[in-house]
Design a binder for this molecule. Structure first.
Ligand SMILES: [Zn+2]
Length: 171
């Protein structure tokens, strides 16, 4: 069973958050407002995003930043770092967008070409399913892979890419 988590907000979470970032001295890109707020807490070794431990659970810090500002990112959106700095938690630099918009912004290949790379997708799906089986958090994996939680759940349950198994994804 996958968890669909809301971000907790309150003085305790606010304090843990406020204690763990500093204003970047580097110049930010022209199209973003103000400097980056660089996360000084834990960085996820896989996704390279900042994470915050609060009330017994771990959350992505960019989602916490938006929730604390009173504008939580919907769970079916991915959070785009407009400054391209994954460790940034300045809510002014964060924009919740759809998976489709995320692909439009960052996809290096046209959609036809992507759909053609079946093998690559299958390999990613197998990897994702394995990580879900090992108990990794679906919310975070979905974000890392740039897909919705619903999609991650379906891949995990074998509804999508069921034919793809490790070492047999050439089919
Ligand atoms: Zn930033």
């Amino acid at each position: 069973m996958l968890l669909y988590r809301e971000i907790p907000v309150g003085p305790d979470v606010q304090k843990r958050f406020d204690d763990r970032w500093e204003v970047s001295e580097e110049e930010s890109p022209d199209d973003v407002r103000g400097p980056c707020h660089v996360w000084t807490g834990t960085i996820n070794p896989h996704s390279k995003y900042g994470q915050l431990y609060a009330r017994g659970k771990v959350y992505y810090v960019h989602r916490v930043a938006l929730a604390l500002r009173g504008t939580p990112a919907p769970l079916d959106r991915v959070v785009d770092h407009l400054c391209r700095n994954k460790a940034c938690c300045n809510p002014e630099h964060l924009e919740p967008i759809t998976v489709q918009e995320n692909a439009r912004r960052y996809c290096k290949h046209p959609p036809e070409e992507q759909d053609g790379s079946r093998k690559l997708h299958a390999a990613r799906a197998v990897e994702l399913r394995e990580r879900l089986r090992k108990g990794e958090d679906a919310t975070r994996l979905a974000e890392e892979y740039g897909i919705t939680e619903s999609m991650a759940e379906k891949i995990g349950a074998g509804l999508y890419w069921a034919w793809a198994e490790e070492g047999k994804e050439n089919g």
